[in-house]
Design a protein around this ligand. Structure first.
Ligand SMILES: [Zn+2]
Length: 270
């Protein structure tokens, strides 16, 4: 599933190829995505010039002077930039064509993605109630500490809640708790401020490293087969059940929290 780093990598990969170009045509082959693609999208986009490609949480914002297309990659989606005459495969549901001869192609085999048009994307119902960006200045240990007072939910589920902070997926939650030495089962309300400082820094670090790792795939966004943008990285705890902790050699423990796998070291994480 594309996580925040993959979406950010996609944003960086496509923006240089489509900025300052004008949309000539939109081809929608399949409207039945997670939500039906409204006719407004086909009506509003042609004639608009791309001013930037932004991101909020895991939404790509294809910005114009009049508003934005809001694209979510869902469980299996990807975007790439290709020539107009590139044949579409069965899962290529949307093409946004530009006057440059290139087009932005959205592929989504499982159709959990979505595409909306909005004049004010940050006020759109999908985006307006989201927590802060993990890599932004608003997100720090003090913020997490304030938000967590009196909360009995586990720290792991707390940081995975998009109302608290966006983009901390299951793998990144496990990894950052390992880095910060915090037991994932600990109640969020019982984590001290200095530990939240360490955790916020760990979250920023883990996500930044993943984005940096994704940078090596950037060239694949143009003319590639649309599969680019998902990448592996070195994991410290996640997926390492019974393997020795990289810090203390204690075997890594696997548990399930909120139906998601958690990996942690019983010795290092308290
Ligand atoms: Zn350990």
């Amino acid at each position: 599933m594309p996580e925040l780093p993959e979406v950010e990598t996609s944003r960086r990969g496509i923006e240089p190829h489509i900025i300052d170009t004008t949309i000539s045509r939109v081809v929608i082959r399949e409207r039945r995505l997670r939500w039906p693609v409204a006719k407004t999208v086909d009506r509003k986009l042609p004639g608009q010039t791309i001013t930037s490609v932004g991101r909020r949480a895991k939404y790509l914002l294809i910005n114009t002077d009049q508003g934005s297309a809001i694209l979510h990659l869902g469980m299996s989606g990807s975007v790439c930039v290709v020539d107009h005459d590139t044949p579409a495969s069965v899962h290529d549901h949307v093409d946004i064509e530009f006057d440059s001869g290139l087009m932005l192609r959205f592929r989504d085999p499982r159709r959990f993605g979505s595409l909306h048009w909005s004049k004010n994307p940050l006020s759109h119902r999908l985006l307006r109630n989201l927590g802060p960006e993990p890599l932004g200045d608003e997100f720090d240990g003090d913020y997490l500490w304030q938000k967590s007072r009196g909360r009995t939910v586990s720290i792991k589920q707390f940081i995975m809640n998009a109302d608290i902070v966006v983009g901390v997926g299951n793998i990144y939650a496990s990894e950052s708790l390992f880095m910060a030495g915090i037991n994932p089962r600990r109640a969020a309300g019982r984590v001290a401020l200095h530990r939240y400082n360490a955790l916020a820094n760990a979250i920023k670090d883990v996500l930044s490293k993943a984005i940096k790792a994704g940078g090596t795939t950037l060239r694949d966004f143009y003319g590639g087969d649309g599969e680019a943008g998902y990448f592996q990285q070195q994991l410290e705890a996640y997926g390492r059940e019974d393997e020795p902790c990289r810090r203390c050699d204690t075997p890594i423990t696997a548990i399930v929290q909120g139906q998601r796998s958690t990996y942690y070291c019983k010795n290092c994480q308290t």
